[in-house]
Design a protein around this ligand. Structure first.
Ligand code: FMN
Length: 325
């Protein structure tokens, strides 16, 4: 089950009984690995209404029951760690100015408050380690709650992608410019994770080719991947999730998987609304090792049973998105 923001967090951005029941139903049906909804690492990193945070012990404790129910059902859950960067607004950070790799505002309007995205402040070089600390603190909290692992959200135009992406990153310091420099934030952060936690517990999600308004790709995607993938492999990362947000899989992440497979001998997970036959084929051809589904599992808590028994799936709708079940 891929990460899906739902916006049903409880008071203080906590996990609730309803959230626990929502994940437990999918685990009981046989979903092997659940990637949690994006969980915000620090109040200054938020950009959405009512999403969970993993900043305090109280927030961490609120997940214990949910994680334990998933384990009892025989599944595993990773916490997706999320910093929105400039895809935010002060409305969501309690007035704290939003930060990014750049001072340039994101195009478009925040769907939740109807306002343009806020004007970010480019992080000073000296401030970057403090952001890494926020991620590590959130990961510590996730492990204290019993999560099996963490997925660092490095995709979809959020903070880390704002460093990776040449269209957005206009820095003049060692975190901008060349491919090596633009990858530095992700790599330094990952290094810290691999020092602090076992590699079997650390996954990253990137989205070099995806839907974002229209189809969008890193401008130098192939060169970026040729640098980034061998680099993270040598560092000891073993879990990689390639996302396309909600684009057509074959023209986006399916294409990326075919580009990187030779450079990436470890676990590769990916998917976007594949049919069971397509999914089987991707695994048989070794383009991926595990297939993820998002909307189908959201709309069908009994997705696995339905697929096994060849039953029709309910289509995801806005009405379904508005409730937890
Ligand atoms: C309601 C919704 C919320 C999502 N939230 C997140 C998120 O928090 N983090 C993330 O990495 N991807 C998020 N995604 C993207 C999904 O993880 C997934 O990549 C995408 O939906 C494509 O898979 P699908 O076609 O099987 O749904 C979200 C998708 C949906 C539909």
């Amino acid at each position: 089950m891929s990460a899906m923001t739902r916006g049903f967090a409880g008071v203080g951005h906590t996990c609730t009984k309803d959230i626990a029941a929502y994940y437990e139903r999918r685990a009981l049906d046989g979903v092997a690995l659940i990637l949690s909804e994006g969980i915000i690492i620090h109040p200054s990193a938020d950009g959405y209404n009512n999403v969970p945070h993993l900043h305090s012990s109280e927030q961490a404790n609120s997940w214990k029951d949910c994680v334990s129910k998933i384990h009892t059902a025989g599944s595993k859950i990773f916490a997706q760690l999320w910093h929105c960067g400039r895809i935010s607004h002060k409305d969501y950070t309690g007035g704290i100015p939003i930060v990014s790799s750049t001072n340039r505002q994101a195009d478009g309007v925040n769907r939740q408050n109807g306002k343009p995205f806020g004007i970010p402040r480019a992080l000073k070089t000296s401030e970057i380690p403090r952001i890494y600390d926020m991620y590590i603190n959130a990961a510590d909290k996730a492990f204290s709650a019993g999560f099996d692992g963490v997925e660092i959200h490095m995709g979809h135009g959020y903070l880390i992608d704002q460093f990776l992406d040449a269209h957005i990153n206009d820095r003049k310091d060692e975190y901008g410019g060349s491919i090596e420099n633009r990858c530095r934030f992700a790599i330094e952060l990952l290094k810290l994770f691999l020092i602090n936690y076992d590699s079997s517990k650390v996954m990253i999600r990137i989205s070099p080719s995806r839907m974002m308004g229209g189809l969008y790709e890193w401008p130098d995607m192939e060169k970026m991947l040729k640098y980034l993938i061998p680099k993270i492999e040598k560092m000891g990362l073993t879990l990689l999730d390639i996302s396309c947000a909600n684009a057509d899989y074959y023209s986006t992440s399916g294409k990326v998987n075919r580009m990187i497979r030779e450079m990436w001998p470890h676990l590769l997970i990916s998917g976007a609304s594949l049919t069971p036959i397509q999914a089987d084929n991707e695994v048989k051809m070794k383009w991926v090792d595990m297939v993820t589904w998002g909307r189908s599992i959201l709309a069908n808590p009994d997705f696995i049973s339905k697929v096994k028994n060849d039953k029709a799936l309910i289509e995801m709708t806005n009405e379904i998105r508005e409730r937890l079940y």
